[in-house]
Ligand binder design. Sequence first.
Ligand code: 3HC
Length: 287
Amino acid sequence: MASQEKIGVVGAGLMGREIALVFALAGYDVLLCDRTEESLTQAKDRLDQIVEKGIARGFYQAADTVGALNRITTTTDLGRFKDREFVTEAVFEREDVKAEVFVRLDGICAPACVIATNTSTIPISVLAAHVSAARRANFIGTHYFSPVSRMRLVEVMPGFDTAPATLELAMRLCRAVGKTPIAIKDVPGFAVNRLLHVLMIEAVRLVEEGVATPEDIDTACKLGLGHPMGPFELMDATTSSLCLQAQEIMHEAYGERFRPRPLLKQRVRAGLVGGRGKPGWRTPRPS
Ligand SMILES: C[C@H](O)CC(=O)SCCNC(=O)CCNC(=O)[C@H](O)C(C)(C)COP(=O)(O)OP(=O)(O)OC[C@H]1O[C@@H](n2cnc3c(N)ncnc32)[C@H](O)[C@@H]1OP(=O)(O)O
């Protein structure tokens, strides 16, 4: 078998840790970096849970998962990325936070290393401006969907200066880890988030107008449209704060049709954002 690329993932949160897992399950050697040992331990615990559940449900063979988990090395030292050949950034969805990571990676990684970003809304060419002109040929967007271990789509976006070989490599690696990549033009929100947030904004508007409850709207989407989860369950799973951020970026880019609803803004300011253990639209406040 031809030697596989050495993979790096920066950010061990909801997306990064599972991106690391899918590469490791496909046999790749993965280095996963985050700022603190605590977040790395949390990530490993969560991956253990995902794998355990996956084995019980017949998605994975127990023997394969032991090897896969062993193929993920964790570190808080980005300096160790100098031997990596394909690095995916999956840190907080803010340009300044991502920019800091790109500047550092650009200085550490070999010239041939490809840097991919898992941004969901920020244009790739805007993020590519934070690496050197030479690196921009090796810079690309690969947008995974949550939960990454289960969702098969990856949107792949070349920026203005991305080389065709970088696009080919990204598409090949996505397929090698069992995903279905689609090549998308580099616009804010790409394709999926533009579709998703139109639905989410209208769902919140229905609640504001008292037309239906979040629970009934989720039921409507599941039983009437065949969606696996309703928009409020999905906002809770991905967090309302991340949804608001995405809508703000797309509102700035496209105007009125993505203006975040006042109720969503108010709930985020009140801390009702969802996510694990936090109250959301459908997850109750602790009594
Ligand atoms: C934010 C980004 O830019 C864009 C996005 O990622 S948008 C999100 C797109 N994702 C979706 O629409 C996923 C919708 N969900 C599904 O299709 C189904 O739940 C599924 C196929 C993932 C799993 O189905 P199924 O196995 O029947 O459900 P279930 O076992 O209950 O769910 C698996 C786990 O994934 C979690 N989950 C489901 N969707 C999630 C999501 N979008 N984000 C985070 N967690 C999610 C569930 O809470 C559950 O967690 P647990 O293992 O701790 O209990």
